[in-house]
Ligand binder design. Structure first.
Ligand code: 4NP
Length: 156
């Protein structure tokens, strides 16, 4: 089993989408995918309606997800931790204990644009266009990531 965690700030806009999109591309039998936020603003809440809506438009149901905060033990549970932006990347690294923790943390858009450190913009205070943009960025990154993971799976 390969375990992957998607992380943003509130775990209601970006990382729930990343979780839903990546889940739709990988077999459940081999990949466990989850998401969390570095902040605790929205604990237990369902994703933002605008995220639910854009996912549904693409036949992905994220409505049952519940927001939770990133915890240090996530470094033990997950093999790979993808931050949506550099701010959350730094928040996660600040909680790391060992070098092995640090090595698990990556920026999601480096899957699409290696080494460019591009952020998935926070869409919370904007309109639906922002969510559409976020969806497209995550779809592209998760497509590349899923192909890489499936390929790695074959060689193991
Ligand atoms: P997310 O978006 O990190 O993509 O879930 C946000 C959600 C809520 C807030 C900020 C960003 N907030 O400030 O409440």
């Amino acid at each position: 089993m390969t375990r992957i965690l998607m992380v943003c700030l509130g775990n209601i806009c970006r990382s729930p989408l990343a979780e839903g999109i990546l889940k739709s591309k990988l077999p459940k039998s081999k990949f466990e995918i989850n998401s969390a936020g570095t902040a605790n603003y929205h604990l237990g809440k369902a994703p933002d309606l605008r995220s639910i809506k854009i996912a549904r438009k693409h036949q992905i149901d994220i409505s049952k997800q519940k927001s939770r905060q990133f915890v240090v033990s996530d470094f033990d549970t997950y093999d790979l931790i993808f931050a949506m932006d550099t701010s959350n990347y730094n928040n996660i690294l600040a909680l790391s204990r060992f070098n092995t923790d640090k090595k698990k943390v990556k920026l999601i858009l480096n899957e699409s644009f290696p080494g460019k450190n591009i952020n998935v913009p926070d869409p919370y205070y904007g309109g639906e266009d922002g969510f559409n943009n976020v969806y497209n960025m995550l779809e592209n990154a998760c497509d590349i990531l899923s192909k890489k993971l499936l390929n790695d799976e074959k060689t193991r």
